[in-house]
Design a binder for this molecule. Structure first.
Ligand SMILES: C[S@@+](CC[C@H](N)C(=O)[O-])C[C@H]1O[C@@H](n2cnc3c(N)ncnc32)[C@H](O)[C@@H]1O
Length: 243
């Protein structure tokens, strides 16, 4: 949790969270008001902060998604595209655990220029390609599974539909989209992780944690169908197929 703790304590993050009450009152993100730019532009212009942020995301997401590495059956997957895969920590763990898999890491250019050393280790590197670009414009073609781990929670429904539509258009016949996310339970269950993350998304980026029904709704708008949810220890895998 070291990287995530460093991010939570950083001036950029503390000054944002100080405006939590305003975000709750207005229902909109405050990051841009506090820092003068939306979150991803801020990261591009502030490499020192971005480096703390990227490491924080790498560390927290390996806590959230660790169960996915062995808990999801990749048996009939050949090429896994990790969309918004950050520095590739999760992808490297999945590739190491499933030697038949090939991978594509896809993220913003400034992120993939600093890939996790695990991804360049022998045994994984030759099965993995690294590509950069914006998933709001396109995603790499031809994968049979498109993983978005803690990605769509950063985006509102319209942008999420845009990204999911690109995945549907790019994926091979019979392909799937896998959303690794912490689900908000239906009803007022005392689930702390999802609800804390939901507030954090509200403050930073007009995103949100979603319920199963909310995932089904954005899937439908993207020409996809929610096939099943594979529960994990913290994050679950929401599996979407062509409608
Ligand atoms: C919360 S992080 C999750 C990272 C990674 N999936 C993980 O689980 O560690 C969200 C990722 O989305 C990436 N991202 C944001 N906007 C993007 C865009 N327009 N195109 C591609 N990647 C983007 C960020 O750079 C970041 O790596």
């Amino acid at each position: 949790m070291r990287g995530y703790a460093r991010w939570l304590g950083s001036p950029a993050e503390r000054s944002t969270m100080a405006h939590l009450a305003e975000a709750v009152r207005t229902g909109g993100p405050v990051f841009e008001t506090v820092h003068g730019t939306p979150v991803w532009d801020y990261m591009r212009g502030n490499p020192a902060s971005a480096s703390v942020f990227d490491q924080g995301m790498t560390d927290i997401s390996s806590q959230l998604t660790r169960s996915l590495v062995h808990g999801y059956d990749f048996g009939d997957t050949e090429c896994l595209v990790d969309v918004g895969g950050g520095r590739g920590r999760l992808l490297s763990l999945v590739l190491a655990a499933h030697p038949h898999l090939r991978g594509v890491l896809y993220d913003r250019p400034e992120v993939v220029s600093r890939v996790d050393p695990a991804l360049t280790r022998e045994g994984v590197a030759e099965r993995c390609r690294v590509e950069s670009g914006s998933f709001l414009d396109s995603v790499p073609e031809g994968g049979d599974a498109y993983l978005l781990a803690s990605v769509v929670h950063n985006w509102n429904d319209d942008d999420t539909v845009r990204v999911l539509t690109h995945c549907r258009e790019a994926m091979a016949p019979g392909g799937r989209v896998l959303l690794a996310e912490v689900l908000v339970p239906d009803g007022p269950a005392p689930e702390r992780t999802a609800k804390f993350m939901d507030l954090s998304m509200l403050v930073h980026c007009d995103g949100k944690q979603r319920t199963r029904a909310e995932f089904a709704a954005v899937a439908e708008r993207s020409g996809l169908r929610l096939e099943r949810v594979v529960p994990g220890a913290v994050a679950s895998v929401v599996e979407l197929v062509r409608a």
